[in-house]
Write a protein that binds this ligand. Structure first.
Ligand SMILES: Nc1nc2c(ncn2[C@@H]2O[C@H](COP(=O)(O)OP(=O)(O)OP(=O)(O)O)[C@@H](O)[C@H]2O)c(=O)[nH]1
Ligand SMILES: [Mg+2]
Length: 196
């Protein structure tokens, strides 16, 4: 995908606050700190576009970006941040579930897992929602630069077993090593094409 323009549009607190659904949309989800914002910056070749941080749980709204004036990218708030204020944690589920259920132009969710971690209960719960909603899901294992090739094969087996998703469905990704960018773009473009 050739990126001509990228623009931050808005941060929405709920489905009702989302921009008018004029374009197909791809959302990015995963536990807090998994690397959603970094991956979006990497796909869009804009280093500082989406705020990333080493402090988990900073992005607590639905953040909309316009890509080429024809596609929305949505950086969803991460789950599993135990230290977030209770109010924030309580608000997360209705916000994200409302969005997933109600956003008619949502073509797919890029779902990120950390190469070094076992999928958590929250990861599996989130995958259940995606499956219940029949939301096309693009699973990604990110931060693959953090472990050896052998370790990665083992992690892929564990992740595949716990999620019930076959190994070949996962796209391996690394921001610093720029692994997976064109593969992921292809999957995103297919998801958009299948839904428009
Ligand atoms: N080594 C390595 N580090 C990464 C990679 N992707 C992200 N990181 C780092 O992981 C940390 C968290 O990244 P973010 O992109 O802010 O994660 P996030 O999922 O947006 O986090 P929240 O917005 O808090 O939910 C940052 O320090 C990133 O630099 C990767 O592929 N490899
Ligand atoms: Mg983020």
């Amino acid at each position: 995908m050739k990126i001509h323009s990228v623009e931050f549009i808005t941060s929405a607190p709920s489905l009702e606050g989302c921009p008018s659904p004029d374009w197909p949309e791809i959302a990015f989800a995963g536990r807090s700190n998994v690397g959603k914002s970094s991956l979006i910056n990497c796909l869009l070749q804009r280093r500082g576009l989406v705020r990333t941080s080493s402090t988990p749980g900073r992005t607590q709204l639905l953040n909309f970006f316009a890509v080429n004036q024809s596609l929305f990218f949505v950086d969803l708030p991460g789950y599993g941040f135990a230290k977030a204020p209770r109010q924030v944690r309580a608000g997360w589920q209705p916000m994200v579930q409302g969005y997933l259920r109600g956003r008619t132009t949502l073509c797919g969710v890029v779902w990120l897992l950390d190469a070094r971690r076992d999928p958590s209960d929250e990861d599996l719960q989130f995958l259940d929602w995606l499956e219940e909603n029949q939301t096309p899901t693009i699973p990604v294992i990110t931060k693959v630069d953090k472990i050896s090739r052998n370790a990665l094969q083992n992690r892929l087996s564990v992740i595949s077993r716990t999620t019930g998703l076959s190994k070949d469905l996962f796209t391996l990704f690394s921001v610093p090593q720029r692994i997976g960018i064109s593969e992921l773009w292809e999957l995103i473009e297919s998801a958009v094409a299948a839904n428009t």
